[in-house]
Design a protein around this ligand. Structure first.
Ligand SMILES: C[S@@+](CC[C@H](N)C(=O)[O-])C[C@H]1O[C@@H](n2cnc3c(N)ncnc32)[C@H](O)[C@@H]1O
Length: 270
């Protein structure tokens, strides 16, 4: 069995995690709230000629859905491997390699979005605020920001972490990867927490399982994230200059709810 451990890069080039991202995101859409209709609806109503910027665009699935309505959209991501997927799948869109905490595209958009917990992958509180300030600077006056995060379930944020393993249903192997007939097993392993900084790290295991049921390739990766409390998020938006904040617990506009999603919208003043 080939075995590799990517402790520091969660989206490695050529890795099973990066290659299977869209499969997992699709499963997530089926089981939980689907972010795509929300962000496409917003883009249709708020984005005009200046278009949309997606920060932490990953493989480009949300930008691509928005672009289908003819709205100009650009994506920015820190991971070359994720951007490679976006460039291959959607070569006609504009993709930027960059850090959402310190980029300057030299232009302003009608709408900036940070979908699917992208801001939580920025694991430092000051950097999260810098990312919001960069988003603000890239908005036209009167433009809007929208983003979603996981509202922290405090049972899983304790210093002792969470040792429980959760195995996802077997996936088909992503196109072009693996032996014929093999499938992909993904297991969420233990989680460690640092309540002082609100950082947590999830250990993920990706395994190619042969037709005979043996693990023939294994990759381990750590997903580093930071949980953000609602009040903190509101203050970060305020400090970054945003006004007219709205907050929901899902993509249907339901009111805030503990341990659910945090869905935020705010405006750059006119
Ligand atoms: C959970 S994925 C979301 C991808 C995409 N928005 C979607 O909904 O499928 C988070 C993405 O944020 C990117 N990311 C993490 N930190 C970043 C940073 N500082 N600047 C830009 N992108 C970042 C990761 O590389 C990853 O592609």
């Amino acid at each position: 069995m080939t075995n590799s451990s990517q402790k520091d890069e969660f989206y490695p080039q050529g890795g099973l995690n990066t290659a299977s991202y869209d499969l997992r995101a699709d499963l997530d859409r089926q089981i939980f709230d689907d972010p795509i209709p929300f962000y496409t609806r917003l883009a249709t109503s708020l984005a005009h000629e200046n278009g949309v910027l997606e920060l932490g665009c990953g493989t480009g699935r949300i930008s691509a859905a928005i672009a289908k309505s003819g709205i100009p959209v650009e994506g920015l991501d820190l991971s070359p491997a994720m951007l490679d997927q976006a460039r291959t799948k959607y070569p006609n869109l504009t993709w930027h390699l960059g850090n959402m905490c310190e980029f300057d595209l030299g232009r302003q958009f009608d709408l900036v979005i940070i979908p699917f917990r992208g801001l939580q992958e920025v694991t430092d509180a000051d950097d999260q605020r810098r990312a919001l300030e960069r988003a603000f600077a890239h908005l036209k006056p009167g433009g809007a920001i929208a983003l979603d995060l996981m509202d922290p379930d405090l049972r899983y944020c304790l210093p002792e972490g969470d040792p429980e393993f959760v195995e996802l249903p077997l996936f088909p192997m992503p196109d072009g990867i693996g032996k014929p007939g093999s499938r992909l097993r993904i297991t969420a392993m233990e989680r460690t927490n640092d309540p002082l900084t609100q950082k947590f790290s999830e250990h993920w295991r990706f395994e190619e399982i042969s037709e005979q049921g043996d693990a023939i390739r294994r990759e381990d990766a750590w997903h580093h994230l930071r949980w953000v409390h609602r009040s903190e998020m509101r203050l970060m938006l305020e400090i970054s200059g945003f006004v007219s904040m709205s907050e929901f617990s899902d993509f249907e506009g339901n009111p805030p709810k503990y341990a659910s999603n945090q869905v935020w919208m705010a405006k750059r003043p006119d």
